[in-house]
Ligand binder design. Structure first.
Ligand SMILES: *[C@@H]1O[C@H](CO)[C@@H](O)[C@H](O)[C@H]1NC(C)=O
Length: 712
């Protein structure tokens, strides 16, 4: 390039610096930025000057202070939560903590958004004063709460960072009673907050009613509130009408409100055979819900995942359309009667015509007709999720897909008794060429047999007949009209739309077999089940699939030892697949109580990882099987060996620990750049001495990793 410039030709170097700088500023991919910084000294300066976000890795505490980079002075978003060893306190007796804090401030003077692993309050006491202009902070902690006064984790940030607007505690373990007094002690900072994320994943019990009252009273200007709470009326302080009404009256400017019971945050899929109604009803009346909707006119996003029955919710949900006209995202858990779909008149949630994303979990009485009504009414629907709805079948899914063919790009189907893999995929056929993200359950055995495609067509004409009753509203118009003529016109339009999309997909028999735009596939699979039937179930041709997430769940003791591998190598059929999340963290074997022969989870690790070397993966997130009682997730010898054979890996994140000796196997992967061990589950073990979480072994491994020559 320099040669060409000398020769007089016009090159990119003739661009004024300001323009070049804007161009570089718009590059978001970190590797592309790193490459740009290597071009020449000028590009280096421009790239560094426009780098606003940085995640620091490596071991800062252990006499590596000189390694803190000082060339990223424009960084505003700094993430210190992934320093190694993972979860280690920044405050170490072997180094001078004050010096570390000053060095960090000096290196990153512009920081306004900070993510930090705060194992003890001392970390924040040290860091918060360094960046008084912080507007956003995310705290991370999976270790147990240190014995300290209530609220002492939050006191330093609320005291020193008076410009804060956003606090994220979703990955931070604390007690719910820590927060209200801390907010009350710093009323000015609390009152200025606009976003609080309290959807804390590690809670056993969520926020209580009186705590929600206190928090919302202290933070009247909140626009976004996400809160993990307790809806179960059997608990003292459960969230009921009082809290629901208070949220709206204390924080009338909310645009985003998520209220989810902690039970919904645990990973389990649930049992599709369950009756559908929980044993208890929630202590929330439809009157209180109406009050909530009326009080929050700016609402754009609403999650109410209650885990206890909210019955006859349809009439109340209808109000959302008029009271919250900006609502785009809605998720409801355990709401029954949300769309009755009696006759052709739209009702209930189907009247929320602005919705772009809708998620329905555990609605016991939702039927195919309800689904069709939703598809007609919510004409902008781009994302749809259905979980634990027994009555829905592939016919409902299929008609919905036909109706919303032009808008739907994301679909999740899980834990529905009548929607195993084959029927779910059959239902999605009408949008097979459009969908970008998909979740299904890998349930093979119950597969309803489809004799041939004629049955599908028959089923559709059944649905169409149902729909072709008088006064069918078009999905993109309001439901009220008076003129006969208009009815006829609309009816015609509606049915032709349907016929047209029908024709295109099924009618003429040229149904696209290809999932042309599918980029991300998420799967749930029971322990011991095999993966290869996936292709036969309908997902054989996915030319763009880049990422796959597999969640394995179940108790190994109930399964005999596997005789053939899980079948990861069957994913070789997806040519672009480069990222995988393989989560066996909910595969349990109860090492201490299981019958002999079933205790060894490494057998299962070998079963799952076998064949992984055949995939050309770039990034892998792996959760080893664990025993909850033993609270120990650790890589076994066979799995370290199998992972070491993935020669294309560049990033490897193990959500657990590993012995240093096993880690050295990974050095055989030629392009491996980033290896992280994260104990991101509660409670992370306190005693890390036997594992790679030790400072010394971690440093040795990282040194060895960095000594290698990486080609790029
Ligand atoms: C996986 O790769 C190995 C060689 O590394 C090869 O022997 C084996 O046949 C491959 N498996 C499949 C299913 O292609």
């Amino acid at each position: 390039m320099a040669g060409a410039a000398a020769g007089g030709a016009t090159t990119i170097h003739d661009l004024p610096d300001a323009i070049l700088s804007s161009i570089l500023a718009s590059v978001t991919d970190t590797r592309a930025r790193n490459a740009a910084a290597l071009v020449c000294r000028k590009w280096l300066v421009l790239e560094r000057g426009t780098r606003t976000s940085l995640t620091l890795r490596g071991n800062v505490v252990h006499n590596n202070l000189y390694m803190i980079p000082t060339c990223f002075r424009a960084v505003t978003h700094l993430d210190l939560s992934l320093l190694s060893p993972w979860g280690h306190s920044l405050i170490s007796p072997s180094s001078d903590p004050m010096l570390l804090a000053h060095l960090l401030r000096h290196a990153f003077p512009m920081v306004t958004s900070l993510t930090v692993y705060a194992r003890t309050p001392a970390t924040l006491q040290l860091l918060a004063p360094q960046w008084p202009n912080l507007t956003h902070i995310k705290l991370v902690k999976w270790h147990q709460r240190s014995p300290s006064a209530l609220g002492s984790d939050f006191d330093p940030i609320l005291r020193h960072c008076t410009s804060l607007t956003s606090v994220d505690l979703s990955n931070f373990y604390y007690w719910t009673e820590d927060l209200p007094p801390a907010l009350q002690a710093h009323p000015a900072t609390a009152a200025a907050l606009t976003r609080l994320d309290l959807m804390t994943l590690s809670f056993a019990e969520g926020f209580k009613s009186h705590e929600i009252l206190a928090i919302t009273a202290a933070c009247p200007n909140l626009q976004q509130l996400l809160i993990a709470c307790t809806f179960d009326p059997r608990y003292i302080g459960f969230v009921g009408d009082e809290a629901i009404v208070a949220i709206a009256s204390n924080c009338p400017g909310l645009t985003v409100l998520h209220l989810a019971d902690t039970a919904s945050l645990s990973n389990g899929r649930g049992d599709p055979e369950e009756e559908g109604f929980s044993s208890e009803d929630a202590g929330i009346s439809t009157t209180a819900l109406s009050g909530l909707f009326s009080g929050l006119p700016l609402l754009q996003e609403l999650v109410l995942d209650v885990c206890k029955n909210v019955r006859d919710s349809g009439a109340t949900l209808e109000m959302l359309n008029s009271r919250c006209p900006k609502l785009r995202v809605l998720k409801l858990g355990h709401f029954h009667g949300l769309c009755l779909a009696i006759g052709s008149q739209l009702d209930g949630v189907a009247l929320c015509q602005g919705l772009e994303s809708l998620s329905i979990k555990n609605s016991a009485d939702l039927t195919d007709m309800g689904l069709i009504a939703i598809a007609r009414g919510c004409s902008k629907l781009a994302k749809f999720e259905i979980h634990g709805c027994k009555k829905v079948t592939w016919k409902g899914i299929s008609t919905m897909a036909c109706l919303r063919r032009s808008t739907l790009v994301e679909f999740k189907i899980s834990c529905c008794k009548n929607l195993d893999a084959v029927s779910a995929l059959r239902g999605l056929e009408p949008i097979r060429d459009r969908i970008q993200r998909l979740h299904i359950d890998c349930i093979w055995d119950r597969s309803e047999q489809f004799e041939d495609s004629e049955e599908a067509i028959l089923a559709h004409s059944f649905d169409l007949n149902e729909l072709e009753q008088p006064s069918i509203p078009s999905q993109d118009d309001d439901r009220f009209w008076d003129h006969e003529a208009s009815i006829k016109k609309k009816k015609r339009k509606y049915t032709t739309d349907l016929d047209a999309s029908y024709e295109q997909n099924n009618g003429n028999g040229i149904c696209s077999k290809t999932w042309e735009r599918l980029r991300c596939l998420s799967l749930w699979i029971g322990v011991g089940e095999l993966l290869p039937p996936l292709a036969k179930a309908g997902l054989d041709d996915c030319p763009c699939l880049e990422e796959i997430q597999i969640k394995v769940e179940g108790d190994c003791r109930e399964r005999s030892k596997p005789s053939q591998p899980f079948g990861l190598s069957s994913l070789m059929r997806y040519p672009r697949l480069s990222k995988m999340k393989l989560d066996c963290g909910d595969t349990i074997g109860y090492a201490l109580t299981a019958p002999s022969g079933q205790t060894d989870l490494s057998t299962w690790e070998r079963f799952y990882l076998n064949g992984i070397k055949n995939l050309t993966l770039n990034e892998l997130d792996y959760w080893p099987p664990q025993d909850k009682d033993v609270n120990h997730r650790s890589l076994s010898l066979p799995s370290a060996g199998l992972l070491a054979e993935c020669v294309t890996l560049r990033k490897l994140f193990i959500h657990g620990t590993a012995h240093e000796h096993f880690m050295t196997f990974l050095l055989a992967i030629p392009n491996l750049r980033d290896v992280q061990l994260r104990e991101d589950y509660y409670p992370a073990p306190e005693n890390d001495m036997s594992t790679e979480m030790r400072i010394d072994s971690c440093s040795r491994f990282e040194d060895a990793l960095n000594r290698r020559r990486i080609l790029d």
